[in-house]
Design a protein around this ligand. Structure first.
Ligand SMILES: [Zn+2]
Length: 220
């Protein structure tokens, strides 16, 4: 019934897009309180049980996907986002079709490998590149804490080098030339973790370089 209705409403593409996003958000809200199915149990649960649950959920989800089909994707947006599980890149863009290339690393750090990946995405047609950070970032907390830095020296160093890596990436000929011609826009964003609302970070301005964003307490 829903499929028939949406199929017949092709003259309202914007309404369909919004409705699709709303349905995904509604699905998230429906599942949020279901402790038995969320892979995050308060009770003791073994690693094997977690794996079995993940496998079962994948079997169900992929069977639904198989029936509904999937369109070819040609993303024009690429995002570098922290691996923090509270962030959902589909909700962030309001797009249910996974119409973005997404690289997720702790603290949105980049190594030359990620730089290559993003350049590859740009070569494949990306027009907007989002380089993001977020509030209450566990990786940034690690970089600020001497004891944690001693435990995670590589991650801490990567956070320290974040600006250098980004500058290095932006100086790549394939990137710099596209930015200069207007073919590519690079946006530096700060995501509010609780709402996923993003705001633009001024290049080199407050909050752009130092890992000092922390607005509220919460899980890592
Ligand atoms: Zn983070």
């Amino acid at each position: 019934m829903v499929t028939v209705f949406l199929g017949g409403a092709s003259y309202l593409p914007r309404a369909q897009f919004v409705a699709g996003g709303a349905l995904v958000s509604a699905g998230s809200r429906l599942q949020d309180h279901l402790g038995a199915f969320d892979l995050v149990h308060e009770d003791d649960i073994t690693a094997e049980q977690v794996w079995q649950e993940l496998e079962a959920q994948n079997a169900l989800a992929s069977s639904v996907r198989e029936r509904l089909g999937r369109h070819e994707h040609h993303p024009v947006v690429a995002m570098l986002v922290c691996m923090d599980a509270r962030l959902d890149t589909n909700e962030l863009s309001g797009d249910t079709r996974r119409n973005t290339y997404v690289i997720r690393t702790a603290g949105s750090v980049m190594s030359p490998e990620e730089e290559d990946m993003l350049e590859l995405a740009v070569e494949h047609g990306v027009k907007v590149l989002v380089v993001s950070r977020h509030t209450d970032c566990a990786a940034e907390k690690v970089a600020r804490d001497p004891a944690e830095r001693a435990k995670y020296p590589a991650l801490s160093a990567a956070i320290d080098e974040r600006e250098v890596r980004l500058a290095e990436f932006l100086a790549r000929p394939a990137i710099a030339s596209r930015v200069a011609s207007g073919e590519l826009i690079v946006k530096r964003l700060l995501i509010e973790t609780g709402t996923e609302h993003f705001t633009e970070l001024a290049e080199g301005g407050p909050g752009a370089a130092a890992p000092n964003v922390e607005r509220k307490a919460g899980p890592p």
